[in-house]
Every structure is written in structure tokens, then in C-alpha cells.
Design a protein around this ligand. Structure first.
Ligand code: COA
Ligand code: AMP
Length: 635
């Protein structure tokens, strides 16, 4: 089929408001107005400014009312615990309403915040939807973050409640969440009024009298009593959630997502980008703590009337590299969405794809990859093994959905390896030089998006509107700065080459090296430090920290390096995957004192590099190279 992409993209360009107004027909609104976009509201305008809606109603009630009560809405598949469970739309609505009743009983109201700190269990999705039902703004925090990071988010979001589970389960270890939560509340200045804990049998939590409640028990009571609670009308522009993501400092950015535009964009994407029909099974193998989990485990599949899969496991080791294929076959998954790193992990364990042959994957139609660069080697392996289109697509926590992709639902465009293909409607993507001048095709520069951003993208940062402006809109007036660098070729295909800031991407997780440097600098023996991301065959990048010790430091370098590794794990969390700390005598700098992180990365990755003209002392680069070799890092 010839792709309709160009025609559809052009129709958006001709009439953006008309395009999104017609996409908005797919959503059930409580009230609408004639105004689809107000250029005078917010930092760059506002979508569906006075429209009213409820996201939970659109995800659940309308499907129960209109023909899908008995269809599975959510399938929980947990190889790590050996459990599975299926909730139909009717059952999921019942659970969500019960949880919403519990939140209401605790006094949570529209506009209040609730932090959700949960592993990949159904109650995590139920909690998100229960908040959405009442207009409570949720903020899900990924389980791999430490107490300190949770405390930062508690202070920024000032939640009335924390909704948690007693533990998370990683291969070989059970992680008790409650001590982490108690510690975070102790560290934070803001004290949430209540803490709802879902008790998992793998490890029960001690509950603090008065503040803590047994979530499962309260939810069960509400169901037994047949309690219901109506969806609360919210404005389309009211926040649905805050999702914290790494910025250039240790203070994460609270990306705000609204209700209306978010629903319109996600619903559009299910059919037109992912080519999935209502009633089909869609699986995003990510975590609800990340944006992919918010958009494509929870909200989009349910908005579209699909069955979504909640997978608690890893691509390898739970129990083996065949688990993805087992899940696809068991549940008739038609489209899988994951990060390239998961496929690199599977390929490493099962290079010939022997395990793939053991399962019936005939229902699978496509594989979507995002979160980090999809290396052509991995993409080609996946195509060869699965014999379905493998679609790389580029997006960010900030945008909430795909910026550049290959819209299968409009007819697949020819694939160019290494390129996520073309901008989706809503995104006018351009490449500018540092002074803001447009660059021609095939020239590397700053990737920017002409304002306004489309529905679904962030209107601002929570409690930090000025930071929103400074971080994203100030450098290139009239444009949103993506902080990715890349090129657009003669056919309009985009390639993402690198970040322009200090964000690194480790196993599809976005991390701030600046945040890690802040932690290293707190060590009493550290005088100076620099953290860079070095290439890793499995995880894409790994953080690598260089430290210069204070002259009086007495303990061995090895001991201090081990302490530094422990410190980052303790302060940021295991997800930082910070395992390499290297002591050096000096850091390479420019004459004005700027640390040459880029050159250090090039050395570590074995790339040829140009001696920076402004370097203070070139001999230091050899010292860095020697230190890397001593630590077993290929240079
Ligand atoms: N709670 C607590 N700890 C967690 C955690 C969680 N939810 N998730 C990860 N961790 C821990 C891991 O156990 C690991 O700890 P360790 O240092 O003791 O081994 C550490 O954080 C680093 O985790 P990760 O980088 O994910 O590595 P891994 O070795 O556990 O798994 C992959 C490697 C490639 C299999 C895994 O990263 C993966 O599946 N990635 C997919 C990425 C993804 O879904 N991205 C979302 C965007 S689509
Ligand atoms: P996150 O906000 O965690 O989704 O991370 C967003 C960043 O991940 C982007 O700014 C890119 O640097 C990177 N990224 C995401 N998807 C892709 C992709 N398909 N190709 C290259 N980089 C990507």
C-alpha cells in the first residue's frame, strides 16, 4: 500500500487546528467549545483550552458501556513471581473505582498530588487511573531510584499521599520499598498525610499507625461493599500527571502532562502510527515509571480499547531469553514496543534466535523501538528473526509520544537504517546552528521543533515555569529545543546523533551525568570530578566517573573508588548503573577552566579526536587514556 503519510502530514500543516479537532472526535468530552487552540494561553499556546473531560472515563467506562465489558483490558504476566492475572474492562473499572473510593475517603481531591512508587503490578495502573478519575495529579517514581531521589520528588510535588507496594522484585533479590519510603519522608521537608501500601506476599511492610494503610484490604472492602465513584470533570488543560525526568542538574524536571491533548494525541497514534485496532493486544515492555510506560502500557492502549500487557520481568534471565516470545504467543500480542537494549540483551543470550522458533509468533505484526538509538545491527537481527517491520521511533519524556517515526497505520515508508524516519503530524522539526540559523539538508545541528508543540506535549514544568522557558524555549526563540543533535536528509528523514547536554542513556534509561557529579562532589576526599557516558555494547552507554582527590586523602584509591560507587547507588539508586570510578591526578581543561568531557568520551570510546585548540595541557589526555587502560576500559 502506498503510504498516505505525506498527504496526512500536509493536511496537518495546512490546518493544525482542524486536524486536531477532527482527531478529538475519537474522545468522549464532557463539554467542548469552538476554540481548539488558544495562542495566548501558556508559554506557547494551549490545546482544547476550555474543553472538559475525564481520562479515566475514556480509558474504562466508555468501553464498559459500549461493548467491551468482558474484553481483557489488562493482562499481568510476571515471570519473576510466576503469577499471571487478567482483568476485563468491567473488572478493571471495578478495581479502579474501589481504589478511587479509598483515595476519596482519605480526603484526596481534584488538583491534589499523589506519588505512586510501585513495581510492575496491576495496582500501579489502577492507582494511575484512580487518580485520573478524581482529577488527582499522579507522579509515578521508578522503583530503581533511591530514597534521596524520592525525597526530592516529594518536596517538589508536595503529595497528599504516597501509593506504594511493600516490595519490588529484581532477579535474585527482593527490594523492601517501605524502608525507602520511610527514609524519603524523613529526608523530605514536605510530609504526605498518608501512605497506602499494597502488601505483596514476597515481603510484607510494617505500617506506621495513623499514617499508613493497607491498600489491598481497603480496596477489597470497597469492592465487597459495591462502592462506585463517578469520574470528576476536569479541564482538558488540567494536569493529569507529573513525570520527573533527568535535567542537567541533580534537581529533576517535573514534566507536566495535561488531560485533553494527551488523550487526543495518544488515541491518534494507536491507529495511525502503531497500526493497532481496538480489541487487539498491545505490549509495551517498559516500566510504568518511564514515559513509555505511562503512554503505552497504561493510557494509549486503554483509550483505544486494546488489551495491554503489564510484564514484570526482564528480557533475559526470567527465566531465559525466550520470555518475550512466550508472552507474545501466550497473549496474542500484535505489536511489541521496547528499547533496543532489551533486544541486544536477548541477542547476546540467543544469537541464532533458537528460542524464537519454539513459539507461535504468527499474530505479531510489528516491533517498535525507542528510548535510545536503535543500532542497525540490532534492528537487522530483529527483522531477520521476527520477519515483521521493525520501526525505530524517536521521542522524549517531554513530548509524551512520538516526534519522528514511521507511521505503519498510514502505510509504511521505506526504511533507512539509522533513521527513525519522518516527523509525525504536529511536529515541524528543523535543524538549526548554534546561532539559530536554519541548516540545509545533511548538516549536523540542533534539532528543534517549531512552536506550538502538538497536543500531548508538555505545557510547562511543575512549579518551574521559568525553568521550562529557560531550558527549552529561550535558546531558539519560537522553537522548542530538544537537546538532541542530528541531521535531516534530502528526503526529510531525520537521524539522531547525540545529546547536546550532559544527559546519557543507559539501557534506555535517561540519566544526568551532572546529577552524578553532584553526588561524587559530596565525598569528603573528592576535590574535582567529571562523569561521562562511555559506549557499552549492551546498555548503549555506561557512566564513568573521573575524580581528582584532595591532597590530604589518606585511604587507597581503590577504597575511595568503591565508596564512590556505593555513594551514587545510595543517593541516586541502582538504576544509575554507576560502577566505574577512576582516580586521576588532573582533569583535562580548556585555558578558561572548562572540563573537556567530550574529548574524554572520545578517548574512552576509542574514537579519533582533534586536539582541542584551547586545551590547557595536552599531556593530561594521555594520563586519562592510561587511567582508562589501567581500569580495563578499551581505548
Ligand atoms: N527497582 C529496583 N532496582 C531496579 C529496578 C527497579 N524497578 N530496575 C532496575 N533496577 C536495578 C537492576 O537490578 C540493576 O541493579 P544491579 O546493579 O544490582 O544489577 C540496576 O538497577 C541497573 O538496571 P538496568 O540498567 O536495567 O540493568 P539490568 O542488568 O537489570 O537489565 C536490561 C539490563 C537490558 C535487561 C534492562 O535494562 C532492560 O530490560 N532494559 C529495557 C529498558 C527499558 O525498558 N527502557 C524504557 C524505555 S522503552
Ligand atoms: P526519555 O525522555 O527518557 O524518553 O529520553 C529521551 C532521549 O532519548 C532523547 O532525547 C534521545 O536522546 C533518546 N532517544 C529516544 N528515542 C530515540 C531514538 N529512537 N533514537 C535515538 N535516540 C533516542
Amino acid at each position: 500500500m502506498a503510504s498516505r503519510y505525506r498527504e496526512i502530514y500536509e493536511s496537518w500543516k495546512q490546518d493544525p487546528s482542524g486536524f486536531w479537532e477532527s482527531a478529538a472526535d475519537e474522545i468522549d468530552w464532557i463539554s467542548t467549545t469552538d476554540k481548539v487552540f488558544d495562542p495566548d494561553q501558556g508559554r506557547y499556546g494551549s490545546w482544547f483550552p476550555d474543553w472538559e473531560c475525564n481520562t479515566c472515563y475514556n480509558c474504562l467506562d466508555r468501553h464498559v458501556e459500549r461493548g467491551r465489558p468482558g474484553q481483557p483490558a489488562l493482562i499481568y504476566d510476571s515471570p519473576i513471581t510466576g503469577k499471571t492475572a487478567t482483568y476485563t474492562y468491567f473488572e478493571l473499572l471495578e478495581e479502579v473505582e474501589a481504589l478511587a473510593c479509598v483515595l476519596d475517603d482519605l480526603g484526596l481531591r481534584k488538583g491534589d498530588r499523589a506519588i505512586i512508587y510501585m513495581p510492575m503490578i496491576p495496582q500501579a495502573v489502577m492507582a494511575m487511573l484512580a487518580c485520573a478519575r478524581l482529577g488527582i495529579i499522579h507522579s509515578v517514581v521508578f522503583g530503581g531510584f533511591a530514597a534521596n531521589e524520592l525525597a526530592t520528588r516529594i518536596d517538589d510535588a508536595t503529595p497528599k499521599a504516597i501509593i506504594a507496594a511493600s516490595c519490588g522484585i529484581e532477579p535474585g533479590r527482593v527490594i523492601a520499598y517501605k524502608p525507602l519510603i520511610d527514609r524519603a519522608i524523613e529526608l523530605a521537608s514536605h510530609k504526605p498525610e498518608s501512605c497506602l501500601v499494597f502488601q505483596r506476599e514476597e515481603q510484607l511492610a510494617d505500617l506506621v499507625a495513623g499514617r499508613d494503610h493497607d491498600l489491598g484490604a481497603l480496596q477489597a472492602d470497597a469492592i465487597a461493599a459495591g462502592r462506585r465513584i463517578a469520574p470528576v470533570p476536569v479541564r482538558a488543560t488540567d494536569p493529569l500527571y507529573i513525570l520527573y525526568t533527568s535535567g542537567t542538574t541533580g534537581q529533576p524536571k517535573g514534566v507536566v502532562r495535561d488531560n485533553g491533548g494527551h488523550m487526543v494525541a495518544l488515541k491518534w497514534s494507536m491507529k495511525n502510527l502503531y497500526d493497532v485496532q481496538p480489541g487487539e493486544v498491545f505490549w509495551a515492555a517498559s516500566d510504568v515509571g518511564w514515559v513509555v510506560g505511562h503512554s503505552y502500557i497504561c493510557y494509549a492502549p486503554l483509550l483505544h480499547g486494546c488489551t495491554t500487557i503489564l510484564f514484570e520481568g526482564k528480557p533475559v534471565g526470567t527465566p531465559d531469553a525466550g520470555v518475550f516470545w512466550r508472552v507474545i504467543a501466550d497473549h496474542n500480542v500484535v505489536s511489541l514496543f521496547t528499547a533496543p537494549t532489551a533486544f541486544r540483551a536477548i541477542r547476546k543470550e540467543d544469537p541464532t534466535g533458537a528460542l524464537i522458533g519454539q513459539y507461535d509468533l504468527s499474530q505479531l505484526r510489528s516491533l517498535f523501538l525507542a528510548g535510545e538509538r536503535a543500532d542497525p545491527e540490532t534492528v537487522n537481527w530483529a527483522i531477520e528473526q521476527l520477519q515483521v517491520p521493525v520501526i525505530d521511533h524517536w521521542w522524549q519524556t517531554e513530548t509524551g509520544w512520538c516526534i519522528v517515526g514511521n507511521p505503519l497505520g498510514l502505510g509504511q515508508l521505506p526504511v533507512k537504517p539509522g533513521s527513525p524516519t519522518v516527523p509525525m503530524p504536529g511536529y515541524d522539526v528543523q535543524v538549526l546552528d548554534d546561532a539559530g540559523h536554519p541548516l540545509g539538508p545533511n548538516t549536523l545541528g540542533n534539532i528543534v521543533i517549531k512552536l506550538p508543540l502538538p497536543p500531548g506535549a508538555l505545557p510547562t514544568l511543575w512549579n518551574a515555569d521559568e525553568r521550562f522557558f529557560e531550558s527549552y524555549l529561550a535558546d531558539f526563540p519560537g522553537y522548542y529545543k530538544t537537546a538532541d543533535a542530528g541531521i535531516i536528509d534530502d528526503d526529510g528523514y531525520l537521524s539522531i546523533m547525540a545529546r547536546t547536554d550532559d544527559i546519557i542513556n543507559v539501557a534506555g534509561h535517561r540519566l544526568s551525568t551532572g546529577g552524578m557529579e553532584e553526588v561524587l562532589a559530596t565525598h569528603p576526599d573528592v576535590a574535582e570530578c567529571a562523569v561521562i557516558g562511555i559506549a557499552d555494547k549492551l546498555k548503549g552507554q555506561l557512566p564513568c566517573g573521573f575524580v581528582v582527590l584532595k591532597s590530604g586523602a589518606e585511604r587507597s584509591h581503590e577504597d575511595i573508588e568503591k565508596e564512590l560507587v556505593r555513594l551514587v547507588r545510595e543517593k541516586i539508586g541502582p538504576v544509575a548503573a554507576f560502577k566505574i570510578a577512576i582516580t586521576v591526578d588532573r582533569l583535562p581543561k580548556t585555558r578558561s577552566g572548562k572540563i573537556l568531557r567530550g574529548t574524554m568520551r572520545q578517548i574512552a570510546d576509542g574514537e579519533t579526536y582533534k586536539m582541542p585548540a584551547t586545551i590547557d595541557d595536552p599531556a593530561i589526555l594521555d594520563e586519562i587514556s592510561d587511567a582508562l587502560k589501567t581500569h580495563g576500559i578499551f581505548v
